[in-house]
Design a protein around this ligand. Structure first.
Ligand SMILES: *Cc1c(COP(=O)(O)O)cnc(C)c1O
Length: 383
């Protein structure tokens, strides 16, 4: 191994999470596996076959390049849906490969219907309704115009879905806003039924909505973070556990990110450690140097905050995160030696490090840290 760290992906952990999601979503609710951001850092190419093995047959991506990776790596005829960006030049490719598209503006709808008509084909579309997030989605007047367009090209599309996305279902602070979006979504879909337009799937829920707002589950859920073994926020986990007897986290981390101790060093009381003066040894101590830093995706936000597992113990990252190194206080693990395993995310013995346990100072840290894990770190699937 030439690299300073490796990532292992656990098939059994993924199976456990998918089972949990399917049970929570309920019978007859389809799960779309959200794998944008390089499958939240896990790696699309490896993750797609793993998810298929766990029973997934539908994937959601952000962009056409990601959809291409799914088309190339799937082995069971799985479907893929682009929730975000595609160039007009790639629309024909999408149509020919049965790639499904979110429609959030009329231009996109008209161009793809015309292209489908010209090629005597059908474009698979999901009408993305604006309900209050004010990011992407058809406004009410645009929806009416979209209905007219669909009536003009009745043989040129499959209406795979109607959908929306919530502006922060992972925090109770957004409760009123999410509730009003649910209401607005219902109102706009009634408009569609009045015109006898019925989609195959209605889908609005992301992980947080699936857990905290059961009425958002409908025919399909678009689940990202939960399948990788993380709750969107601590709050969502508490929401889930609230009425449960068993208060243990029902998910398992799919990803294990590991390195090894590169060197150790003794420091005396009162000495500063690493760059600058952010960490001073409060006692004589021993320090491990680990060859992973922000260049490898270990966020600088974790300076004096991060935790790692060494010798089955949870230890603290001390000082600032460097470009290629972090320093760890070995006081609780005097037996640690160069070459010993260091777990940055995942489990060792009975302990585990979720990204969230690094600190709750930002909810987005799970998502951001995972997606920033560089592709250059080698990944392998384990049972
Ligand atoms: C990312 C995303 C999801 C999945 O979000 P999670 O919180 O990871 O479950 C669902 N829908 C859309 C539109 C998204 O962009």
């Amino acid at each position: 191994m030439f690299e300073t760290s490796i990532i292992e992906l656990s098939q059994s952990a993924l199976q456990k999470n998918i089972n949990f999601i399917k049970t929570l979503a309920g019978d007859g609710v389809r799960m779309s596996s959200v794998i944008k951001g390089n499958a939240y850092g896990h790696g699309i190419d490896l993750f797609v076959p793993m998810a298929e093995k766990a029973g997934v047959r539908h994937f959601s991506v952000f962009s056409a390049d990601e959809a291409l990776q799914v088309v190339q790596s799937q082995q069971h005829g799985s479907k893929v849906m682009i929730m975000g960006h595609i160039h007009n030049e790639e629309l024909l490719w999408a149509i020919e490969n049965n790639v499904e598209l979110f429609i959030f503006d009329l231009g996109r709808l008209e161009t793809s219907l015309q292209l489908a008509a010209k090629n005597k084909a059908q474009v698979r579309i999901h009408l993305h309704l604006e309900t209050g997030m004010n990011r992407l989605g058809l406004e009410e007047d645009e929806l009416l115009k979209a209905i007219d367009l669909l009536k003009k090209y009745p043989d040129c599309f499959h209406l795979e879905g109607v959908c929306t996305h919530y502006a922060g279902a992972e925090s109770i602070a957004n409760y009123a806003r999410v509730k009003s979006q649910i209401h607005e979504y219902k109102r706009r879909t009634r408009l569609l039924s009045r015109h006898e337009i019925s989609p195959k799937y209605q889908h609005t829920a992301c992980s947080a909505a699936l857990v905290s707002y059961p009425q958002t589950r409908m025919d399909m859920v678009r689940v990202g973070i939960l399948q990788y073994g993380f709750f969107p926020t601590q709050e969502t986990l508490i929401q889930y556990l609230k009425n449960k007897e068993d208060k243990t986290d029902p998910l398992a981390r799919v990803l294990n990110w590991k390195s090894r101790i590169m060197s150790t060093k003794e420091v005396s009381t009162g000495e500063f450690v690493g760059y600058g003066t952010t960490y001073m040894a409060a006692a004589d101590s021993r320090i491990a140097v680990v060859p992973v830093g922000y260049a490898q995706g270990y966020s600088r936000l974790l300076s004096n905050q991060g935790r790692v597992l060494i010798c089955g113990k949870q230890l603290s990252v001390i000082g600032t995160v460097n470009m290629n190194l972090i320093l760890v206080d070995l006081t609780e693990a005097p037996e640690a030696q160069p070459g010993d395993e260091v777990v940055l995310i995942g489990s060792q013995g009975d302990l585990s490090i979720s990204v969230a346990s690094f600190g709750e100072f930002t909810n987005q840290l799970n998502y951001e840290l995972l997606t920033r894990l560089p592709m250059s770190i080698p990944r392998k699937v384990v049972s």
